[in-house]
Design a protein around this ligand. Structure first.
Ligand code: SF4
Length: 423
């Protein structure tokens, strides 16, 4: 079987780096047909300053467009659907991506969220609950799709890179549904349906810490490129010291039969992993001993939910809620029986859809608990359930209430993080 090629280029000139990375894949002229329509999909999921690493950096966006233009495509379209509750155009503007793309000569910028010409596509052999997805016709009919993510730590997936960036080709409803099913499996279903011609990863300043929007940019000076998204993601993890065996993403990829992450099946061209490796601070898999004041009951829980719980504990600290809620019991994962030592009531929080059966068991015994739905739950849900001691969403009538609270808490969290670093 032919190996998956992943190229790594470390340097200081983004345009030269992107060109060199694509040379290792055969060169831009062999990848892009003259006269063709090319869709470029950056990560512009949230509002964030150009140097914040919240989104793909504008220098990598403009470098990639300039390199693509050397193949004389007929049209280059930059397209994105930002995260739920975010305005795509505001994200593209605040990140500097819109200005960079225009300056590099992009022909069109499209907000996938507002696209009305959608085509329903069936998922091949779904491994998640999603059976079909509505995708923009312009994207399906384009000759080439170029995936342009940035590597970041990520609360729901431990990290985000090549494959997860594709979530920005669907609109909010599908975004939401993907979070309500097994997110890792849903990512694989999407990655199987929408396969970019190639991916260029911005690892010039990847994000460590509490990503995807409260993390810290760290200098690495690399771009990584390839056609196999799973091989790229595995390589990026190896570059930053993230053990892939601890991340459910790769089990989900194996189950779907998507790509390869086996080191022996990946050929690295350009710089070696050893030459560029830099251990990033990725706190989502650190374990539960760090919060001895809480009672955790964890059994067969995915890394996605473990990461979310780690984030939740830090968030409670930032909101001065950690001490106020200590002593509560948090149940995570798949439990066949009611864990020993728990007490029913509002000090018992069950996290995730896989604990629904346990919730029913508790109710059959005449008990009660709080349950946070989702697989994994949405980012603010566990913290808000603990702080408010009521079901997430109860009493909320205006979705902007959720957004405004999240934005306010994010500011507090970032300030808290800055203080931790100063100490
Ligand atoms: S809810 Fe359960 S199955 Fe879903 S990600 Fe969390 S631990 Fe895994």
């Amino acid at each position: 079987m032919a190996k998956s090629i992943v190229s790594i280029v470390k340097g200081k000139d983004p345009e030269g780096m992107v060109e060199q990375a694509l040379d290792h894949l055969g060169g831009v002229k062999s990848l892009i047909k003259a006269g063709s329509t090319v869709v470029v999909k950056p990560n512009a999921g949230h509002e964030g300053a150009p140097d914040s690493s919240v989104n793909t950096s504008p220098e990598v966006v403009s470098a990639t467009i300039r390199v693509l233009k050397k193949a004389n495509p007929g049209k280059i379209i930059l397209a994105e659907a930002s995260a739920i509750g975010c305005d795509t155009m505001e994200c593209l503007e605040s990140s500097g991506i819109k200005a960079a793309a225009e300056e590099a000569g992009v022909d069109e910028i499209r907000d996938i969220k507002s696209d009305e010409d959608l085509v329903k596509k069936q998922i091949n052999n779904p491994t998640s609950d999603i059976k079909n997805l509505d995708l923009p016709r312009f994207l399906l009919e384009a000759d080439h799709l170029v995936n342009l993510p940035i590597f970041k730590s990520h609360v729901s997936m431990v990290f985000t890179c090549a494959l997860k960036n594709l979530k920005g080709v669907v609109q909010d409803l599908h975004h939401y549904v993907m979070h309500c099913t097994d997110l890792a499996a849903a990512m694989m279903d999407l990655g199987d349906l929408v396969q970019p011609d190639f991916t260029v990863v911005d690892m010039i300043r990847p994000m460590e810490g509490f990503g995807p929007h409260s993390g810290t940019p760290t200098e690495m000076g690399c771009v990584v490129a390839g056609k196999d998204m799973v091989a790229i993601d595995a390589t990026a993890c190896r570059m930053v010291g993230l053990p892939i065996e601890k991340v459910d993403y790769f089990d989900a990829a194996r189950e779907k039969g998507l790509g390869t992450f086996d080191e022996d099946q990946i050929e690295i061209l350009g710089n070696s992993i050893e030459e560029v490796a830099k251990k990033l601070y990725l706190p989502y898999l650190e374990g539960f001993d760090a919060w001895p004041e809480y009672n955790f009951h964890v059994q067969r829980a995915c890394s996605t939910c473990q990461g979310l719980l780690a984030f939740t504990m830090s968030k409670l600290k930032s909101l001065a809620q950690y001490d106020k809620n200590k002593g509560i019991h948090i149940v995570l994962g798949r439990h066949n029986k009611i864990p020993e030592g728990i007490e029913f009531g509002k000090d018992l929080v069950l996290m995730g859809d896989c604990s629904l059966a346990l919730k029913k068991k508790i109710e059959r015994e005449g008990g009660s608990c709080l349950h946070v739905g989702g697989c994994p739950p949405g980012e603010p849900a566990p913290a808000w359930t603990i702080v408010d001691r009521k079901q997430f969403g109860e009493g909320i009538t205006d979705p902007m209430e959720v957004r405004n609270r999240q934005v306010e808490e994010e500011k507090i969290f970032k300030e808290w993080l800055r203080e931790q670093m100063r100490d």
